[in-house]
Design a protein around this ligand. Sequence first.
Ligand code: SF4
Length: 453
Amino acid sequence: MDAMTSAVSIQRYTDETFPAFGVNKKQEISRLLFEIVRRDGCPVQAVLPERVQQSCSFRQVKAFLTKRRYPNMPAFQRRGLQRFLKIPEPCPIPDAESKACHFKPKRILVEEPLLADPLAQRLRRMLPGVPIELVVSYKQYCRQQAFSVAEYNRRAEVFFVVREKHQFWQACPCSKGSVSCGYAVLNLGQGCPFDCTYCFMQGYLNSPGIVFPSNINDFFRSLEAHGGPWRIGTGQFSDSLALDHFTEYSRHIIHFMRRHPDWFFEFKTKSDNISLLLEEDSSPNVCVGWSLNPERVVARDEQGTASLEQRLAAAQKCAGRGWRVSFHFDPIVYDEGWEEEYRGVVRRLFEAVPPERMAWISLGCLRMMPRLKQVMESRFPASRILGGELVPGYDGKLRYPLNVRRTIYKSMLNSIREEDEGVPVYLCMEQTEAWEGLPLERRLDRAVFSRRQ
Ligand code: SF4
């Protein structure tokens, strides 16, 4: 389906079928038709039965379409759904071939005092021919830019080398009302070369490149000044390892963590870029975590990332060299065949990696801020990930209904327990009601790590 033609033709169809409706009403009808056509892959003319097409009642048409769009939702909830958003203009990301360039920027912008800095010099050596330009500061550069989805799609063409002054770490921005796992985020780098359809960072279109802080020792000093003990990791505003060959952050972090045996650090990645890790001796308080999804979801919704098998091969190598490893089934995508597919991934995981090397496994269902939906539709016109019944949840994010999420977690937990009784499993960003009655790890503290050593 050509999404652009489809959006235009859907709006035209609405205009012709319901000429008496006002602009806002037409927008809502078009939006519902757009989502149904996108999910079902059917022509727009096939959605409404003749009797509804001939109806002059907006309420009747909307009620019919809402029911078709959310067939499993109780009627009272369907009635409570808010107004439906405008269909966005498509602005797809570059195709797979041109994505290879994501790992080689076209420009490197360095804050003026940092030109002689080891990180800037390293990028210069590794990327001969890529021009280096000086900027007064990253913040000032951003103030002069115009931002759009198209610019965001090109963000991996620019690397920035900056000096971070304030935002060294933060408590995990866990959703309001969620059970916290006590994690903190080291803000070492911002921006990711991958393109996951669901990535929350798309909500921050004002990121004109991939940002590498050069003053990693200031980050470490800030952690020490706070005291700890920390359970901390990178991978929230970037992928921890995808560009590690450029930054060598992993090397510095591992050496730093050796000085703090009571703290715990986790790298989180969808890459198989582990070469620097394998050059280091493993450290018992550092683990390497992979996000896992069935190959079908990886290929469709995690563009540019390592395949499932490549991730498992990398995890196997790390575990074989004594590293502790962790896994995140996040986001779990609920669509046809999900249960068997995820069960298959769990089996493959335990075939590849001995459970005694696993620090923990987390589970989290697909979720997003509502404002992300239009950006996703614009950047990934062919994606079906929004076809599920995602509705505002306890924290305002679009989520599958609680009963669906509980079914998913129960099934995932059963699959994991069929393979191993002991590996700690927890939920990421979930409300108390989702945890109830499930034997999960409430708090990932030292006692949990010690059990697995
Ligand atoms: S790997 Fe993570 S940070 Fe990178 S695009 Fe995917 S979700 Fe976003």
